[in-house]
Design a protein around this ligand. Structure first.
Ligand SMILES: [Zn+2]
Length: 602
């Protein structure tokens, strides 16, 4: 049975380049799960885009003397370039600064208003007497009233992960000029989370069995201990999506309130771009569809509480506004497998201090699959992890190259030379051959089952363990010795090893797509597993924006076709001359890379 799978990946703020922590936190795990489901024949849509609004962008604009649009326009194409090079296979990577997203976000707002979950409230907001304007939350820093962190943002504390009530911040200061702001009254809309609380609890309890404990603690745990309060969803800020009501000029939708709607709006945009304007419902109103949200631990509340609250609050009203007379409710998140953080050489990654490994920069020196391999084995699935250059070097050479790359290379090269570039005919297989093949075959369940549960480190470790099993088999049934005395025995060993490699290639494909495709070609398959990325410029009333898409028209992975299964290798079939899949690294890279850290980038 194929399923409808939405892979929703956190929208990166378009105010800085993407580093390895961002990649392993959300983009890569989402890509691995998406590719697995595509191979299974599921109907997959993987979406995200640049978060181009909010004060993360306007602060950077203020600092550099540019417009917020300039900031977004600088980083957005760099994200697209990185994803293409790293094989992050978005069906659509777009932006929040599009007419489509504005329309969807305003519809969500109006639906929640109509359903009675938004109410107006006068609140106090930090105001700068020095510059005569309201200061958005991110412009104000101070001491967290929950954990005492002295550098908390007024809306959220990065140290304890809690959302903060801005006016409770201790010792506030303006990030713009360091001056002390004062509280002043302003009117805003609030989302009534307290009324929605019972339904949010029910939603979370339904998922208690399989969600990560860290995610449950920060959502269900928080609700059970402190409960939910109404949260403001508009801001005194020009840059953003206007509140679609008269008399609210100069105020916009809060960036966190609208950015999460991007998962919905990008699905709608993908349909429009593919001349299927109704198809978004396959993932959003079909209750059997599964949606996975790949995010970092700092975003848990917005994805496990606020966004579900928006979805529950809309009921069938959004679908109705989209023109469906038999409107349905929207699909709630199936899983929110939030990752913890990746540090770098034992210290927290800091972009501003250049204590970071930047994605595009690393791709100048390393192949994408070498980076993807390490970013998966060191993925911060349940606790913070560390990017360590010595570990990167060791794992590349001792695991990726030694266990998997060399296995493929020596088996195929030896066969190429001794069996005229054809898969040898094994005749009747021996018990040991059948035993190995049964072991590898079980990997479709062993590796696939773990990917389906988003246990990606364990899934990759299992695929690597199976590759070691083939190496162990070859230690006993060494065709390079057998061929000297008995060519038929060597043919059996080589056929068995190539069959195992052909299946492992599929299991490695979600993790290592580039080299798995290369191996797939070497084994004389003309059609690639996955589609190819493309970019397109979309014009709308806000100007134009570039999107990244995936052309799957010439790929093997198709809806309804299950490629995630053992298919018997054809004896006698010709294959292409093998090339090494991976590069062994020189140990000097460890010192070279460490010496770059923390220095201004060139
Ligand atoms: Zn705190």
């Amino acid at each position: 049975m194929n399923e409808n799978i939405l892979i929703a990946i956190a929208w990166p703020y378009a105010n800085a380049d993407i580093h390895v922590g961002n990649i392993t936190g959300s983009h890569l795990p989402g890509d691995i799960v998406a590719r697995y489901h595509r191979l299974k024949g599921d109907k997959v849509l993987m979406v995200s885009g640049s978060d181009s609004h909010g004060t993360a962008i306007t602060i950077k604009a203020d600092q550099t003397g540019q417009s917020p649009h300039d900031i977004y326009a600088h980083y957005h194409p760099r994200f697209i370039e990185l994803f293409q090079k790293l094989g992050i296979s978005y069906d659509l990577f777009t932006s929040t600064h599009t007419e489509n997203h504005f329309q969807v976000a305003q519809k969500v707002f109006l639906t929640l208003l109509e359903n009675g979950y938004l109410h107006k409230q006068v609140s106090k907001q930090w105001y700068s007497p020095a510059t005569n304007r309201f200061l958005p939350d991110r412009y104000v820093e101070g001491t967290c009233y929950i954990c005492g962190n002295e550098n908390a943002r007024s809306d959220q504390c990065e140290k304890c992960g809690n959302e903060l009530e801005a006016e409770k911040l201790i010792n506030p200061r303006s990030k713009v000029d360091g001056s002390t702001p004062e509280l002043k009254e302003t009117e805003h809309f609030f989302l009534d989370l307290s009324t929605l609380e019972p339904k949010i609890q029910e939603f979370l309890k339904d998922r208690e069995d399989y969600w990560r404990p860290t995610v449950l603690n920060q959502s269900l745990g928080n609700i059970q201990s402190v409960g939910l309060k109404p949260t403001s969803v508009t801001r005194d800020l020009e840059w953003g999506i206007p509140v679609p009501l008269e008399g609210w000029e100069g105020k916009s939708l809060y960036v966190w309130f609208e950015a999460v709607m991007g998962y919905l709006s990008s699905t709608v945009e993908w349909g429009k771009l593919h001349e299927s304007p109704e198809i978004w419902r396959d993932w959003w109103t079909n209750q059997a569809a599964k949606s996975f949200y790949f995010i970092g631990k700092d975003n848990i509340t917005f994805h496990a509480v606020t966004w579900p609250a928006e979805l529950i609050g809309m009921g069938d009203g959004f679908d109705k506004r989209m023109g469906n007379p038999e409107a349905k409710a929207l699909v709630l998140p199936y899983d929110v497998p939030a990752n913890a953080f990746m540090n770098l050489e034992g210290k927290k990654i800091s972009g501003s201090n250049n204590w970071a490994v930047w994605g595009l920069d690393a791709l100048e020196r390393y192949d994408s699959d070498a980076l993807r391999y390490y970013l998966t084995v060191a993925m911060p699935e349940n606790r913070d992890s560390d990017w360590d250059w010595e570990d990167f070097f060791q794992r590349n050479n001792n695991e990726l190259v030694a266990t998997w790359g060399n296995l493929v290379n020596r088996v195929l090269s030896f066969t190429w030379k001794n069996f005229e570039g054809k898969i040898p005919n094994p005749g009747k297989l021996r018990d040991a051959d059948i035993e190995l093949l049964d072991t590898i075959k079980a990997g479709f369940e062993g590796v696939g089952g773990r990917i389906a549960k988003v246990e990606l480190k364990a899934a990759l470790a299992e695929a690597m363990r199976l590759a070691s099993e083939v190496n162990k088999y070859l230690d006993v049934h060494a065709p390079w010795f057998e061929i000297k005395t008995d060519r038929d025995e060597a043919a059996k060993s080589l056929y068995t090893a190539i069959q195992a490699i052909d299946w492992l290639k599929i299991m490695f494909a979600p993790f290592l797509p580039q080299t798995s495709e290369a191996l797939h070609r070497i084994l004389a398959n003309e059609i690639a597993f996955f589609g190819s990325p493309y970019t397109q410029v979309v014009e709308d009333s806000l100007g134009s924006h570039e999107v990244l898409g995936l052309d799957a028209s010439l790929s093997m992975a198709r809806v309804g076709l299950d490629l995630w299964q053992p298919v018997e290798l054809e004896a006698g079939k010709e294959f292409l001359q093998p090339q090494p899949l991976f590069k062994k690294l020189d140990h000097s890279i460890v010192d070279d890379e460490r010496s770059r850290l923390g220095k201004p980038s060139v």
